[in-house]
Design a protein around this ligand. Sequence first.
Ligand SMILES: Cc1cc2nc3c(=O)[nH]c(=O)nc-3n(C[C@H](O)[C@H](O)[C@H](O)COP(=O)(O)O)c2cc1C
Length: 219
Amino acid sequence: MLKKVFLCVAIIFYFASSSIAAELSPIKLLPPDMKGGKSLMQSLQERKTSRSFSTKKLPIEVLSSLMWAACGINRPDSGKRTAPSALNWQEIDVYVAMEEGLYLYNAKAHVLEPVLKSDLRKNTTVFLQPSRSSVANAPLQLIYVVDYSKMSFVTNDEDKKVYSSADTGFIAQNVYLYCASEGLATVIRGMVDRDTLSKDMKLRDKQKIILVQAVGYPQ
Ligand SMILES: Cc1cc2nc3c(=O)[nH]c(=O)nc-3n(C[C@H](O)[C@H](O)[C@H](O)COP(=O)(O)O)c2cc1C
């Protein structure tokens, strides 16, 4: 009897979880627009933090170029990226929280892979001061997560933090420059409730949230 109950519960759980995953499809990104945008010097001139966002969504063309600029593959022969990474570990995963759900950027396939069908953007903004609340309007919150299991040879926690923080900074600055180049608003944030957000994202033990970056149109 107990066996039958256990089997029923397992079957229900299997179908429930597979139907959730089935509802959220991968987002196949377009090749980046290599000709658009302002010059590097102009983008540096205009790079800034903005905390005033409209709710307008990013078109797929913009989302595609943004993700490639962040840490897409710019040398297909080696698989190396637009952002450097210590020992080429590529240990920073970029999760993308949008209204429709949480995705993970797969740079090799240039695809956003579905992770969870829930809007976690609000879970990234619980520590925001009320004066900065329009950051919660942003259509996109990029969540930078280090995967310590990819950092071979480093056993010292301090070194892991230094390298992974630096590697996150390079990606975040690429996003800042892309946003400046396209007239988008962005803010990188360290004030994040990492413990709760990690649980919401169902991260593994070796994954740690470093920073979160909102991207959208200025209000
Ligand atoms: C590592 C890091 C963490 C930050 N954390 C926050 C944050 O939690 N909330 C926020 O509103 N801004 C945050 N910022 C944005 C800074 O306040 C902003 O970069 C600074 O005021 C300089 O402005 P600028 O980017 O326009 O030059 C952070 C910036 C960095 C580099």
